[in-house]
Every structure is written in C-alpha cells, then in structure tokens.
Design a protein around this ligand. Structure first.
Ligand code: GLY
Length: 332
C-alpha cells in the first residue's frame, strides 16, 4: 500500500494506492454513515458490486456514461434524487468511476446543501493520476467545458489499480497522455522510465509518481492562480480540439495532439512522438484554424488579450509563458 498525503492547509487528505483495495473499502469508509455512490452505467458492475457488498446501505445513483452527463441538468437530477431519499448534510458522497463521474459527483458534493463530504474512487487511469486529486469539480456549459465549477477537495482518494484491468485499451491510453505530460512538465526520470519500461509492469509505482507530482503542485497552488497552470501543458489546444471534435476525441487524445504541437522543434519531440505512438495516441489532427482559435479565445483560462501558454524546452521543466492572442493565432 502506498499513501501520498496532500497537505493543503485545513483540507489535508490522503491518496491511498493499493491493488485490491476495493475489496477492503470498509477499512477506509465508515459503513454506518449515510452514503451515496454516484457512478455511471458503463463501469463494470463488478466494481459497484464489490463496493456495495462492503457498504450495503449505500444509495447508488447511476448516470449515463460520457461527457454529456457533466451538465447542470444531471447535477440537478442527482440533487433531486438525493433530496427524495432524505440525504442529509452529514452524508458521505462517493464518486466511483472515471473523470466525468468524479467531476460531476464532486460538483454535487460542493453544492448539495452548501457542501457535503465526498471521496474519490477513480477507476480509470486518467482519473487516478489526475482528476481525482486536487479538488477541481465542474459541469460543462453549452459551449464551454468545465465552465461551472468549484474547488472542493475530497476527504480521501482511494485508488485500486486492479480496476484498470477492465479498462478498454483506448481508455487506458487516454490516461497515458497525462502520465507522459507529468514527465514532460516535472520529471525527467519519469519521462525516461516511460521510454524504457512497460507501465503495466509497475503500475502502482507509476501511479504514485504522478500523484506525488500532482499533490506537490496543487498543495502549492490550490486555486490555480500560478504554478498549477503547468498541468495544462498541451491543454489549450487540446481542450479546443476536444470540443471541436464534439468529444469524439477523448481528453487524453486531444492533449496528446496539443503536446505534440507544442513540442515541434524541441529536443524531445521525437521521443514524445515515439511515446505517443507506443500508446496509440494521435499526434496530428486536421482542424479548422478559425474555429480552433474561437475556442481558445473564449477559453476560461484566456483573458481578453492574452493567455498563459505552458512551455517545455527541457524535459521535466515546464514553465508558464504569457502570449498575446494575436501571437497565438499567428502560430497556428
Ligand atoms: N487537471 C488539471 C488540474 O487539476 O489543475
């Protein structure tokens, strides 16, 4: 078992990583508490059954799989269902699933009766190494991803790498894009290990390395006003492509393309493309430059005249570089 502490002042919590942890969920969660599990209809039923067997009085609420569930309508529907079942303010909400479930359930936890406790049990690689840690929760607006949200730190994050065995390869690789990103922005040893090793042979250690990087960054900058923005490497273009593709591109696939575009001419460009290909991730995409720029211009991270690009010139050393929107457009 590995435990990574996230020491955000006044909101500290642990990330526990252990193969087979779901079988012991009652060691980490008080089964006598009122518990609501939010999950989706695509997560293998074995995971839900394993958790419910140990927390039998839980209320299980399922949402349809996919980005379209990250909506105000779905948050309202979940809230109404919780009110109908007399869920009180001292209840515990559990997000059991991938990034969509984590963001949506976290948003409900942040807003239900002005906020209730929640824990994250991420079951995809992307959610385990990124979205479950750091407290960003949100739903999408009609034309903007994550436009309505909050910072709401979980009480605990429980990661069982066994859940990745049931993940389709495309979804595993989706998470690999974020793992490669961590190497590029913060850890040359991680990037080098990814080039040399098979991630699946040492999954717990690779997950732990990513969680340690993420916790270090979010502890320093919980509210994303500074260093946390380096986590957005490849994301300015990636988020725009994700939306332009109407979410046909998975998040990791879109940021893989974004990272490849940002790496052009850098000394690690070939290594990055090799890694992306190793995990069947795309490194190019045909897109309409005007439409892409429109998404970037209206991204919530952009100001009216500029945006913060994340630049990596040397592996492991990402930094923030403000760039005017006109310069950005010219570089597309
Ligand atoms: N996924 C980026 C962040 O948590 O800031």
């Amino acid at each position: 078992m590995k435990i990574v502490s996230v020491p955000i002042p006044g909101k500290a919590y642990d990330v526990v990583i252990e193969t087979g942890l779901l079988q012991r969920i009652d060691h980490f969660v008080d089964a006598n508490r009122q518990i609501v599990i939010i999950t989706d209809d695509n997560i293998p039923s074995i995971h839900v059954e394993t958790v419910v067997a140990k927390l039998p009085s839980s209320l299980v609420l399922k949402v349809p799989e996919g980005e379209s569930s990250k909506s105000m309508e779905m948050a309202l529907s979940l809230t109404d269902r919780m009110i109908e079942k007399n869920i009180t303010r001292d209840a515990l909400l559990i997000a059991l699933g991938g990034g969509v479930v984590g963001d949506l359930a976290g948003f409900v936890a942040a807003t239900y009766m002005r906020g209730i406790d929640y824990i994250q049990i991420p079951t995809t690689l992307l959610a385990q190494i990124d979205s479950s840690v750091g407290g960003k929760v949100a739903v999408n607006a009609s034309h903007m991803k994550n436009a309505i949200g909050a910072f709401k730190q979980p009480k605990l994050v429980l990661i069982d790498p066994l859940t990745l065995e049931t993940l389709e390869p495309r979804h595993f690789n989706n998470g690999m894009a974020e793992m490669i990103k961590y190497g590029l922005i913060a850890s040359k040893p991680l990037f080098d290990a990814l080039l040399k090793q098979d991630v699946k042979s040492n999954l717990e250690e690779f997950i732990e390395s990513c969680v340690i990087i993420k916790k270090t960054i979010v502890t320093e900058d919980e509210y994303d006003t500074g260093i946390r923005q380096i986590l957005n490497y490849g994301h300015t273009i990636g988020h725009a492509l994700e939306q332009l593709s109407n979410y046909a591109l998975l998040h990791g696939e879109a940021i893989a393309i974004g990272m490849a575009m940002m790496s052009i001419g850098m000394p690690f460009e070939d290594d990055l493309r090799r890694l992306l290909h190793k995990y069947d991730l795309p490194d190019t995409y045909e897109y309409d430059k005007t439409a892409l720029f429109e998404y970037v211009r209206t991204d919530k991270k952009a100001s009216s005249t500029s945006l913060n690009m994340i630049v990596v010139e040397e592996v492991g050393k990402g930094y923030i570089k403000p760039i005017s929107l006109s310069d950005f457009k010219a570089r597309l």
